[in-house]
Design a protein around this ligand. Structure first.
Ligand code: Z5A
Length: 215
């Protein structure tokens, strides 16, 4: 019996963290208690070290776009091979706060890194591994950023321009339309409405062949 990998994606302040709680509740209601939460970049000692390198502003050296991509994939492959795949094989369900779609959107859309290069990297490193279900929480950057501006310290990526986040959102939207495993949720609505929609969609999905815990 294999576990399933459910991922939350979206811009800053879209409400990914808040949605994790709803997903856990629904899974529990369906008798699924063996659940592991992951976040990217991060999730192993090496991946957490890479996370700091990716997020921290360097005063005397800017990280090139390709260096950023490679650091992200180094962190991802560590997490996938050392944590996610073994857990899924044990029957554990995984809720991921971000995964590969973030690189396609932020580095591909936001930074303009070549889509073929990203695809090649993805295929070489992850092969056919992919989440069973992704919730993409869609939000205009201005709304999401307003929610997180209350945080004490913004990281290197959070300090990007609104145009950068508009490009990230546009790429997310494009990719979500192309892939039926990605469900778009309008996350600009109230938390209550967003949570209700996630709960209903997940409940339906758990009764499909793809979502059934026995498949
Ligand atoms: N990154 C990348 O570039 N490429 C990659 O491949 C990967 C990542 C994997 C990781 O940051 C950064 O790395 C991220 C993308 C980049 N950077 N940026 N910019 P992180 O892990 O530190 O954080 P995050 O994932 O970007 O954000 P977050 O803080 O976890 O945000 P969130 O989970 O979406 O939001 P939240 O904590 O659930 O909610 C934020 C606030 O909004 C909170 O006060 C909530 O109560 C409020 N909220 C949430 N939903 C609502 C609604 N519906 N209404 C009102 N208020 C709400």
């Amino acid at each position: 019996m294999n576990g399933k990998f459910i991922v939350l994606e979206g811009l800053e302040g879209a409400g990914k963290t808040s949605s994790v709680i709803q997903i856990v509740k629904v899974l529990n209601q369906h008798g699924i208690y063996d659940i592991l939460m992951t976040h990217e970049p991060g999730g192993t000692p090496l991946a957490e070290t890479l996370r700091q390198l990716i997020k921290d502003e360097k005063s005397n050296e800017s990280i090139t776009n390709h260096a950023e991509v490679l650091l992200l994939y180094a962190a991802r492959v560590q997490l996938v091979e050392q944590v996610i795949k073994p857990a899924l094989a044990r029957g554990t369900w995984i809720i991921g706060d971000r995964h590969d779609l973030s690189s396609q959107a932020y580095q591909g859309g936001g930074r303009g890194v070549d889509a073929h290069f990203l695809k090649m990297l993805r295929t070489t490193i992850l092969g056919t591994f992919h989440p069973n279900l992704t919730f993409y929480l869609d939000i205009p950057p201005a709304v999401g950023l307003k929610r997180i501006y209350t945080h004490s310290k913004l990281d290197r990526i959070e300090l990007e321009s609104i145009e950068f986040f508009e490009r990230v959102r546009a790429r997310y939207q494009e990719l979500a339309v192309e892939n039926k495993r990605i469900i778009t949720i309008d996350a600009s609505r109230s938390l209550k409405v967003v949570n209700n929609e996630i709960r209903s969609i997940l409940t339906l999905w758990l009764h499909t062949k793809e979502g059934c815990s026995m498949s």
